[in-house]
Design a binder for this molecule. Sequence first.
Ligand code: NAP
Length: 411
Amino acid sequence: MPMPKRPKRIAVLGSTGSIGTQALRIIAGEPSFSVCALAAGRNWRLLAQQARLFRPQAVVLADASFGRLLKAQLPRGTRLICGSARFGKGLLAEYSDLADGQDAMSQAIMLTRPDLVVTAVVGAAGLGPTLTGIRCGCDLAIANKESLVMAGGLVVPAAKAAGVRLLPVDSEHSALFQCLQGQDLKAVRRVILTASGGPLRTWSARRIARATLSQVLRHPTWRMGRKITVDSATLMNKAFEVIEAHWLFGLAGEQIEIVVHPESLVHGCVEFSDGSMLAQMNVPSMATPISVALHHPARSPRPTSARLDLAAVGRLNFAPADPGRFPAAGLGHEVIRRGGTAGAVLNAANEVAVAAFLAGKVHFGEIVPAVREVLNKSSHMVEINLRTVLQADAEGRRLAREVIQARRRRA
Ligand SMILES: NC(=O)c1ccc[n+]([C@@H]2O[C@H](COP(=O)([O-])OP(=O)(O)OC[C@H]3O[C@@H](n4cnc5c(N)ncnc54)[C@H](OP(=O)(O)O)[C@@H]3O)[C@@H](O)[C@H]2O)c1
């Protein structure tokens, strides 16, 4: 009799967020999946509910001030690890022996040894556990695009060396990944990343500059966390995705194109050397790309999104991105050209500028010019290692705070 396969053990980092909760919904319906670790920032109530439902071995809460409240709600025997996502000594020593001093999510990975880590935390906090997951031989379902933007040159070679799979969760990259299964990467001429265009797609430059927070957060096709929703409105998200595609698929910047497609039904296309193009489609739902990554190399036996009725849709629209109104769209290609630590600076400056907008400290129209100013002012390091990436990250944050303060004084 064949032995029953043991469930795939999954760590969901960022389990209380938009991607994390959707991933857990898929996992809950699948007896072949189990959850070994969960991590969140501060939402201890939801994290406690999730822990009671999924019974993970370890739970991480970044904000230690809620640790006691969370501990009281956890099933007996659950290991609680509290602490920040800052890099510990272990990782800085070329992540040699990851014991004390390691960031909390990395500790949970080392303790639970998942088969698959879903990196659904937002921002630079994702880099430590991404590298640790690779070092521990875990496959990664990568939603945290920031880790690739800031350190794709570290993450991708490390994954290759460790023989672990990087499974994209971003819908556009999942589309490319699906189109590329069984294909020769050398035969790829170019890829197209589609962009919904965000909530301000049809607005004039003047109106865009003064867009309010509630206008920016009203995305027409996707329900996402606040940071990525702001990035979608500036189109910085597409710049990030260009860099992500560059690293994940080994493509030159010139091979990656952005096309605005307001319906968000075609998520990505690959054009091959013979001129043939493959595209991937489904109704806008992150459940599909998440499920593709969780089930890979199999497919979910159940539908993950509503059926797409093409006859009812009738017409699909495509247009170039407008660099005049959305100058961020070009920053991905620029960062690829600059190479070195430019991605780490871009990500850091953007995180600070978006946080300032979310806190009401700068106008929407100042996000991208501030990021551009930081890119121009930053010192460029060609060599990529964890130390240079973290230095560039720190410099990008410092410069962004200075640039934003100067802009506020002038306003
Ligand atoms: N949402 C989408 O449709 C979508 C699509 C493509 C890619 N992505 C990418 O997926 C990632 C997550 O996006 P999201 O929209 O799901 O964001 P989100 O809704 O804001 O969720 C972020 C998650 O990260 C947790 N978190 C934040 N800082 C943390 C830390 N230091 N340690 C541990 N956990 C931390 C949050 O915990 P709390 O809830 O406790 O704050 C939350 O669980 C981002 O990189 C985004 O670019 C998202």
